[in-house]
Design a protein around this ligand. Structure first.
Ligand code: HEC
Ligand code: HEC
Length: 315
């Protein structure tokens, strides 16, 4: 075909269209390429760890225990229990390490201090004193003040120490994720309020967190009872024969205790004292080793004597 008027408009239009198409292809390929770039500024679980635990392993534990059967995580899951996406950023590793092994009770300040004695936890938190910890994780302070020592609505789940570490790694990872503002606004205590609305106020916790200024005339046993509450022992030990994370205390004084190594001991003063100061020394049969924190550096000899005196009174 010739161009009688010399303008040849058709081929010019076609080449312009081809150039545009080519440009679009380039843009498409470039954008597709970018979508394959691994992180795009987003954190990935393989890069987040807590002590020796990796967030990927933590995710498996999180799934194995079906936490999302009750909790939400980045908007998915059930609405029975609080969203956990930013739990680590709010409450920090020491609070989680105190809460998870005995989720049936809310950790007290004593329990938090115990966890901070753990090198790995203090290193991860980046602080060593409780005052600094509260500054860095105000959610921990708020939880201790609001609920510390009271029972919780979460069941005790049989985590090993290893699993707790992995779960903390996973929650650390979700805290570091850029969730574009999810969860919207943490309405702390909303579950409590919902349950209160539905069933009336929950039974007042017998064990308020008031700091233990023991009146002079307090008996050692009464002082021991208060200490046991303040130090978070009651999250793991019942006094009515129930098996919690650890053995119940009633009736154990001077009883025969079967140990994991097959031997038996008499639960006298010396045994109880050792069980509190160095729980690793002997392990009760059928209970997990390494779950109970060592209180050796946290309590004076008098504190331990008082708690032993309290245990003696429990029949
Ligand atoms: C059967 C239901 C259930 C399951 C399963 C469950 N939880 Fe919970 N959890 C709860 C409830 C209910 C609460 C709120 C407790 C309260 O307010 O007294 C809670 C509270 C918590 C909290 C504290 C929340 C806060 O407000 O600070 C953490 C952390 C937590 N759960 C972690 C977990 C993890 C991790 C798993 C899985 C390994 C898990 N939970 C499995 C019911 C559950
Ligand atoms: C995180 C849970 C947990 C906390 C908190 C805890 N314990 Fe334990 N405790 C256990 C477990 C588990 C055992 C059994 C395994 C063992 O012997 O180490 C145990 C065992 C014991 C025993 C031996 C009991 C027996 O039947 O022989 C005593 C005594 C004891 N704990 C006292 C305390 C005191 C006192 C506190 C607080 C100052 C405390 N525990 C806090 C979990 C805990």
């Amino acid at each position: 075909m010739s161009c009688p008027d010399g303008s040849c408009k058709e081929p010019a239009k076609r080449s312009r269209a081809l150039i545009m198409l080519g440009l679009m292809m380039l843009v498409f390929i470039a954008l597709s390429g970018i979508s394959f770039v691994k992180t795009r500024g987003q954190v990935t679980p393989d890069t987040v760890s807590f002590a020796t635990h990796n967030a990927i392993d933590g995710k498996r534990i999180f799934q194995a225990y079906n936490c999302m059967g009750c909790h939400t995580m980045v908007g998915n899951g059930a609405y029975f229990a609080p969203d956990l996406t930013k739990e680590y950023a709010n409450a920090g590793p020491a609070w989680l390490a105190a809460f998870l092994p005995s989720a049936g009770g809310w950790p007290t300040e004593g329990a938090l201090k115990t966890q901070l004695l753990n090198k790995d936890i203090a290193a991860d938190a980046g602080v060593t004193t409780i005052a600094d910890y509260y500054k860095k994780y105000p959610g921990a302070k708020e939880r201790v003040e609001r609920r510390g020592g009271k029972s919780s609505y979460m069941p005790n789940l049989p985590f090993s120490t290893d699993e707790v570490g992995k779960l903390i790694a996973f929650l650390k990872y979700t805290s570091e994720m850029n969730t574009e503002g999810w969860p919207p606004e943490i309405k702390s205590g909303n579950l409590e309020k919902r349950i209160e609305l539905a069933h009336g106020p929950s039974a007042p916790a017998a064990t308020a967190t008031a700091t233990p200024v023991a009146p002079v005339e307090m008996t050692p046993a009464a002082h021991g009872k208060q200490l046991a509450t303040d130090m978070g022992c009651m999250a793991c030990h019942a006094t009515d024969g129930k098996r919690l994370v650890g053995p119940a205390w009633n009736g154990i004084y001077n009883s025969q205790v079967k140990l994991a190594d097959g031997s038996t001991v008499i639960a006298d003063d010396a045994y109880l004292t050792e069980s509190i100061m160095q729980p690793g020394a002997k392990t009760v049969e059928s209970y997990p080793k390494g779950t109970m924190p060592a209180y050796g550096t946290l309590m004076t000899d008098d504190d331990v004597k008082a708690i032993v005196a309290y245990i003696k009174t429990l029949k």
